[in-house]
Design a protein around this ligand. Structure first.
Ligand code: TMP
Length: 242
């Protein structure tokens, strides 16, 4: 017997972040995420709206998370509910942001005095402490376990899943004429202890360069005042849907 799945009711707002709001639902195991047009950079110092960003990031994430599920990466994604809303599994967010880098760019290039675009011999994983108050500082591989943010096993799972996401997405984007330069992932823990991918994968959280022209197709257009921000997000949505 298959029981019909019913979309739960949207209840009160639990949390508002810089780019999304999170609502309780009538099913305690599920939450509703609403994507906003708000954009921030430099830990909230620079603020603006990117018209249509919420709908685009929701659509891109709603395309990519099921793709990753199909490739063996468990995620919090359940279903896209509307232009801006997504139903997701409720998790305890592990306060470690994982950055995966394929080419030197951004803070990595700056810190090491490298030209942006310098190739890296293997994907580089970085660990940051998810804390707005501290500006998500870089931490060592050992700090998350030492400070009790997650277990050694959980961190190893997170690192393996991050590398798996990278190999799936490198191929997915290259087929669409895009170099996946780097990106940030967040993970959560279900009540049963399983570690799954959470948050979003979008031009807010990735660096995308056109494979031919090198044109930036991500939030760096906003961070660096390059113009054409909305157009870049729309271009990425069109490519993801190809
Ligand atoms: P970074 O080079 O500035 O450290 O950024 C690395 C990647 O992480 C890049 O793809 C953008 C993404 N990112 C976020 O998703 N959130 C953030 O707050 C920051 C600073 C970067």
């Amino acid at each position: 017997m298959t029981s019909e799945f019913r979309i739960p009711e949207k209840l009160e707002q639990l949390y508002e972040g810089k780019a999304k709001k999170v609502f309780r639902s009538s099913d305690p195991a599920l939450l509703i995420v609403e994507y906003k047009d708000d954009a921030t950079a430099f830990n909230g110092v620079k603020k603006a709206q990117i018209l249509g960003k919420g709908a685009i990031n929701n659509a891109i994430t709603s395309r990519i998370f099921p793709l990753l599920e199909g490739e063996g990466v468990p995620t919090h994604f359940v279903v896209q509910l509307s232009e801006r809303e997504q139903l997701v599994k409720a998790v305890h967010i592990i306060p470690v942001e994982i950055i995966v880098r394929n080419l030197a760019a951004g803070s990595f290039a700056k810190r090491l005095g490298l030209e942006e675009g310098t190739p890296l011999g293997i994907p580089v994983l970085e660990h940051c402490y998810k804390s707005d108050a501290l500006g998500d500082p870089l931490v060592s591989r050992d700090a998350p376990v030492a400070l009790g943010w997650c277990s050694e096993d959980d961190l190893e799972t997170i690192r393996l899943l991050a590398l798996r996401v990278n190999s799936v997405l490198l191929h997915f984007f290259l087929e669409r004429g895009v170099k996946l330069v780097d990106f940030k992932l967040e993970f959560g823990k279900l009540a049963n202890g399983q570690v799954i991918l959470a948050d979003e994968i979008s031009p807010d959280t990735c660096r995308f360069w056109d494979a031919v022209t090198g044109e930036k197709l991500d939030k760096d257009r906003f961070r660096r005042d390059l113009g054409g921000v909305e157009e870049a997000y729309e271009d990425m949505l069109e490519r993801v849907n190809r």
